[in-house]
Write a protein of this length. Structure first.
Length: 199
């Protein structure tokens, strides 16, 4: 195995170990030595790959957002029109959050309040997600499903931010309503506002 491949595998092992430790102990209580032990490496090896817990958390956020976008792209590929694709996207997000509740809470609540977040690669992954939603909206404008005067970029940002907010409130326990019901209900309201009803 090439040296670069070995380094990539070790970095990935550290990330996976950090997920385990953060989920078990909480981000603030987790120790770097615990992450290193979980990964089966020496304490000093950790610092060859990351500067600290915050950098690890941002790297986890970055990787999981890539995975989320891949899953959403796959889920929406069966949709026959823009409305179906947005509904499938909503269901895919709900499923991912339900299956990874503790990790999602860690990423949405902890990482977003870090000073480094706005300057990290995690912001690029969020933009990739918003761009994908924008693609679906533009498709709907082009085929006449959505209003021709809709500003796709703004609505895509609004949709993403709204879903993000609903998920965050649910994770924090601010509402007892089922997450799926909240996400699908909010999406229906937004879709109603952008549908082309001129015909």
């Amino acid at each position: 195995m090439r040296r670069d491949d070995k380094k990539a595998l070790k970095r990935q092992r550290l990330l996976e170990s950090a997920v385990t430790v953060f989920a078990r102990d909480g981000f603030h209580q987790a120790r770097i030595s615990d992450i290193a032990t979980e990964a089966g490496v020496g304490h000093g090896t950790f610092y060859l790959y990351f500067d600290g817990k915050e950098e690890v958390l941002l790297a986890i956020h970055d990787e999981l957002m890539k995975q989320a976008l891949d899953e959403v792209r796959h889920a929406t590929s069966t949709g026959t029109n823009a409305v179906e694709k947005l509904e499938l996207l909503t269901r895919a997000l709900y499923k991912m959050v339900e299956e990874n509740r503790a990790l999602t809470q860690l990423l949405l609540v902890e990482s977003r309040y870090m000073r480094q977040f706005m300057r990290s690669g995690a912001m690029n992954r969020i933009q990739d997600f918003v761009d994908f939603v924008e693609e679906i909206l533009r498709e709907g404008v082009e085929d006449g499903t959505f209003r021709p005067d809709m500003h796709a970029k703004s609505v895509a940002t609004f949709l993403f931010s709204g879903m993000d907010g609903v998920i965050t409130r649910w994770l924090l326990g601010d509402t007892m309503e089922p997450l799926q019901e909240q996400l699908e209900g909010a999406t229906r309201v937004i879709l109603r506002g952008i549908l082309n009803e001129s015909d």
